[in-house]
Design a protein around this ligand. Structure first.
Ligand code: HEC
Length: 121
């Protein structure tokens, strides 16, 4: 028992920074216990074409929406309800927050990067 007390701080310390909040969100976005968000919303939430097909009305395009501007409450609402295309997920509030924070940070990084490459031209 005494040994455990010596080990405890090491165990706690080891777990804290195992992966960052950003990496956790990135991981959940790619693998949210179901179909990856990226399959329909693109790698940074910018949205993308899921499928193109033809029917009696002609060419149809099914797209995953751009979710970069969505708020945390949009995210919670979207993930906790049923849709025609988007699957229903069973993520906790913390998991949704991690995905939300990931998208926010990722897009801030993208904006910064674009500004940098623009100034080089
Ligand atoms: C199979 C494709 C698909 C997958 C996978 C998917 N979505 Fe969606 N999502 C959609 C489509 C299409 C819409 C818009 C229409 C609707 O409500 O179905 C949408 C809507 C949303 C919205 C609401 C946008 C708005 O304007 O209100 C959010 C937020 C969202 N998705 C986040 C996610 C996240 C986070 C994941 C992963 C956990 C995910 N989606 C996975 C297809 C998908």
């Amino acid at each position: 028992m005494k040994r455990l007390w010596i080990l405890l701080p090491i165990l706690l310390w080891g777990q804290e920074d195992f992966i960052s909040h950003f990496e956790y969100g990135e991981m959940l976005y790619a693998n949210p216990r179901g179909v990856s968000c990226a399959e329909c919303h693109g790698t940074s939430g910018e949205g993308q074409i899921i499928v193109e097909y033809r029917d009696e009305k002609g060419k149809q395009v099914l797209k995953g929406s751009d979710i970069r501007q969505n708020t945390m409450s949009d995210m919670v609402r979207a993930l906790n309800s049923y849709h025609q295309v988007m699957p229903r997920y069973y993520l906790t509030q913390e998991e949704i927050q991690a995905i939300y924070d990931y998208l926010q940070k990722k897009n801030k990084m993208n904006v910064a990067q674009n500004a940098k490459s623009d100034s080089l031209e």
